[in-house]
Structure formats: structure tokens, C-alpha cells
Write a protein that binds this ligand. Structure first.
Ligand code: NI
Length: 176
């Protein structure tokens, strides 16, 4: 009885090894644990005002990500990708990207313009999805997370080193 209140997870930040570790496939579907994880990830993402959140960002090293390119405006935009794979990538787009695990830093990143993805839902059912522009960008960013790859890997070495140095300073000052 009663409604369950969501748990807002702590989002791990750059420097935590879980973010650079390839995640393990999800093998158990339809469980209340998986449903709760997904619901809490959505609430954590909305609370942090992000468009996407991958499980490794909440210290769960599993191949699962939630995305809502409408920022919570459109309930039908809620997308859960479990064990996702690219079937196709086409074209190119360059645009600014940020990451909830690297707060305060945004850089231009080149991504495919269109993607076709195959993934499973919380019940384990396979589905395919075509996406372009912002949604395609979000999907590529989140699947990168599942492979232990951060958007910093897609910016120039110069910019990456600069950002790393700034983060190191923030860490030393206990502000990261
Ligand atoms: Ni991210």
C-alpha cells in the first residue's frame, strides 16, 4: 500500500574507476530490483537535470541506461536501453555535450547523425529503435558509458588535459 518514494542515487564523478570500466550485461529481467533501479535512475536523472544516465554513473556496473531527450516534458520519451548494441550509424553531427559525472565542463563532440539500436526492455524483450540528432547523440553518449568511455575521449588531447588538470585542482581543494 502507498506509493513508494524514489531513491535519488549519488552520481559518481570523473576519477571513479567504475566510469572507465566496461559494464557487465544484464542477465535478470522483470525483477522488482531491476524495475526499482530503472525508476530510481530516471528520478536521479531528472533531479540532476540530465538527458541521460547510465548505470555505471550510479556505481552499478551493468549495461543499462535511461534517456529522456524531452527532459521529463513528454512521458512517452522515457527510454530504457538494456544491453544495447548499434546496428547502424550514419552521417555526422557536431555539438556541445556535457556529462553528469563531469559537471561544469562542456565540449563539442562529433557523433553519428543517425543510429539504429537494438536493446532489451525491463522484461528482457528485444526491440529496435531509430534515432537522429539529439536523441542519437544521447544514445551514443550513454552507450559509451556502458563501454567505460567518457565524452572526454572524443575531444582533443589538449582540451582533455586542460580539463583533467582543472578537475585535479578541484579534487585537491575538495570541490569535486
Ligand atoms: Ni555522461
Amino acid at each position: 500500500m502507498g506509493t513508494k518514494t524514489a531513491t535519488i542515487y549519488k552520481i559518481v564523478k570523473y576519477g571513479d574507476p567504475v566510469l572507465e570500466t566496461p559494464a557487465q550485461p544484464v542477465t535478470e529481467f522483470g525483477t522488482s530490483e531491476l524495475r526499482e533501479l530503472v525508476d530510481n535512475m530516471f528520478e536521479t536523472m531528472y533531479a540532476a537535470k540530465g538527458l541521460g544516465l547510465a548505470a555505471p554513473q550510479v556505481a552499478v556496473s551493468q549495461r543499462l541506461a535511461v534517456i529522456d531527450a524531452s527532459s521529463g516534458e513528454d512521458p512517452s520519451a522515457r527510454l530504457v536501453l538494456i544491453n544495447p548494441e548499434f546496428l547502424n550509424k550514419q552521417g555526422k553531427q557536431v555539438g556541445e555535450e556535457g556529462c553528469l559525472s563531469i559537471p561544469g565542463f562542456r565540449e563539442d563532440v562529433s557523433r553519428a547523425m543517425k543510429v539504429r539500436v537494438r536493446a532489451q526492455n525491463v522484461e528482457g524483450e528485444l526491440f529496435e529503435l531509430d534515432a537522429e540528432e539529439l536523441l542519437a547523440r544521447a544514445i551514443q553518449h550513454e552507450i559509451d558509458h556502458l563501454d567505460g568511455v567518457l565524452f572526454l575521449s572524443h575531444v582533443s588531447m589538449l582540451k582533455r588535459d586542460l580539463i583533467r588538470r582543472k578537475i585535479r585542482k578541484l579534487s585537491k581543494a575538495n570541490e569535486w
